[in-house]
Ligand binder design. Structure first.
Ligand code: UDP
Ligand code: MG
Length: 310
């Protein structure tokens, strides 16, 4: 590992007091075994449990540990971005605090990096989560793959290694709606996946509620595709065509058979149907406008309250 001069690890933390001791023990062991200088950057994303105190204690004992404390909860993607901002390593590893991403895989990531890959990401072979959640993930990743303008690997989360070239680019990407696994693909370079079984959470509840997860999923789709906008165009063309054919049919019925037997139900259904489609189309435009609004406000992605060992 002679080419690896310095390695950074970024871990976002939101109310993970039960996971931190085990996580840090495993992480420090793996990083120590590499025999290279390293830093572990814990980003405290506005935790309200004992995480902050616990991290402070660890950082006081271990100078390789650095803490970035955000001024409030900014969300997972912002926390990871904050961590990346402070990294100095030739390579940076990003992993979750709940031990769903096994630290033991890090040496394998580094090996791939030494083979010349700039991005090495974990691919989830198996998940130990509920059937419903697994199905949602499955569907989301496939929709995203079909819609995105760039190739985003299937079933790859944020667990990854990125080298300095990539982290420098990510640091300078100004977007507010950050979908890091997409941005990581977007930068290009050579990328490789490593398969692993994703464990269940070591302890505690997932910090992503349904709404946060949906928000992330839509960020992933809207940030890398304009197909949702085009869908109303396609629907518009299709419906207009159907209506046109229908008009011809009505005129034909009227002239040839002299009948015009279409009642109130037909009218009601067509109005409601079109009304629904129009509302969906406006909603989709709204999603994009909301995101444009977020971007133009130019607010920082995160605010740092406190730094330790940095
Ligand atoms: N996290 C965070 N801020 C948040 C939500 C989550 O920093 O607002 C962290 C959390 O502590 C964990 C990681 O992001 O280290 C992934 O969160 P979680 O395990 O809840 O997500 P899931 O595994 O369900 O995707
Ligand atoms: Mg998790």
């Amino acid at each position: 590992m002679d080419d690896l001069t310095y390695c950074s690890v970024v871990v976002p933390i939101y109310n993970e007091e039960k996971n931190i001791p085990e996580l840090h023990a495993r992480l420090a062991k793996v990083m120590g075994s590499l025999n290279k200088p390293y830093e572990i950057i814990y980003v405290n994303d506005g935790s309200v449990d004992g995480s902050s105190g616990l991290l402070g204690k660890i950082a006081a004992l271990d100078k390789n540990v650095k803490i970035v404390e955000l001024s409030r909860n900014f969300g997972h993607q912002a926390a990871v971005s904050a961590g990346i901002w402070y990294t100095k390593g030739e390579a940076t590893i990003i992993l979750d605090a709940d031990l769903q991403d096994p630290p033991a895989l890090i040496p394998e990531f580094i090996k791939k990096w030494q083979e010349g890959y700039n991005v090495v990401y974990g691919i989830r072979r198996k998940r130990k989560e509920s059937f419903l959640k697994r199905s949602c993930y499955f569907i989301f990743y496939r929709i995203q793959e079909k819609t995105a303008k760039i190739k985003i690997p299937l079933d790859a989360g944020d667990f990854c290694l990125i080298d300095k070239k990539v982290s420098d680019i990510l640091k300078n990407m100004p977007e507010r709606n950050r979908f890091i696994r997409g941005m990581r693909s977007w930068v290009g370079f050579s990328q490789a996946g490593v398969e692993y079984d994703r464990d269940a959470r070591f302890s505690g509840k997932p910090k992503y509620g349904f709404r946060k997860l949906m928000r992330l999923a839509f960020d992933g789709i809207y940030s890398f595709s304009d197909i949702p906008l085009k869908m109303s165009l396609i629907a518009g063309f299709f419906i207009s065509l159907m209506c046109f054919l229908f008009i011809i049919y009505i005129v034909y019925q009227r002239i040839v058979h002299g009948t015009s037997a279409y009642g109130i139900a037909t009218i009601a259904v067509s109005i409601l149907f079109l009304g629904g489609i129009q509302l969906i189309a406006i909603g989709v435009i709204g999603e994009y406008i909301g995101r444009i609004y977020d971007e133009v406000k130019q607010r920082p992605v995160f605010i740092v309250k406190n730094l330790i060992n940095l």
